[in-house]
Design a protein around this ligand. Structure first.
Ligand SMILES: [Zn+2]
Length: 149
């Protein structure tokens, strides 16, 4: 049973950018209804969670490490943009940053994903981050052989 659960979790875990994963000290998968939370550097996933949840929660740890969602540059980006990713992102700047990261990851995988430019400043903010691993990940995703198994 545990081995089966690992098989379900592993593909999602692999899709979380390395620069996010390296800030997380542990991922815990427990039973539940598909929600998740982060305490300190640990992410707990309750039940079946989509990749978006992995990225969102990992971003909370990343943000806790580098204090990005409260910078004046990010808050100015929020002010400049006319929308945020979804209703949950309207909760506060911390949740918005985590949701922006999900959008950013999809954007890297497929630049056509970001058709709506109403959040371009938020995405640009993440795109220009110089914290460890972000720029390297962008380069890696741009290559045609992301996974060579
Ligand atoms: Zn959150």
């Amino acid at each position: 049973m545990i081995a089966e659960k690992r098989k379900l979790v592993f593909p999602f875990f692999l899709q979380v950018p390395v620069f996010l994963r390296t800030t997380v000290s542990a991922y815990n998968a427990v039973s539940g209804g598909g929600s998740a939370y982060t305490i300190g550097g640990k992410v707990t996933l309750q039940g079946d969670c989509e990749m978006d949840v992995f990225v969102h929660e990992s971003t909370h740890v990343f943000d806790g490490t580098y204090s990005l969602s409260g910078t004046s540059a990010y808050l100015e980006a929020l002010y400049e943009d006319s929308c945020v990713p979804d209703e949950y992102a309207m909760t506060n700047n911390v949740e918005c940053f985590a949701q922006d990261m999900v959008v950013f990851v999809y954007y890297l995988w497929d630049p056509n994903f970001l058709q709506n430019v109403c959040m371009e400043y938020e995405i640009f903010y993440i795109n220009q981050l110089t914290v460890p691993g972000v720029q390297a990940y962008k380069t890696m995703v741009g290559e045609s052989h992301l996974f060579n198994l």
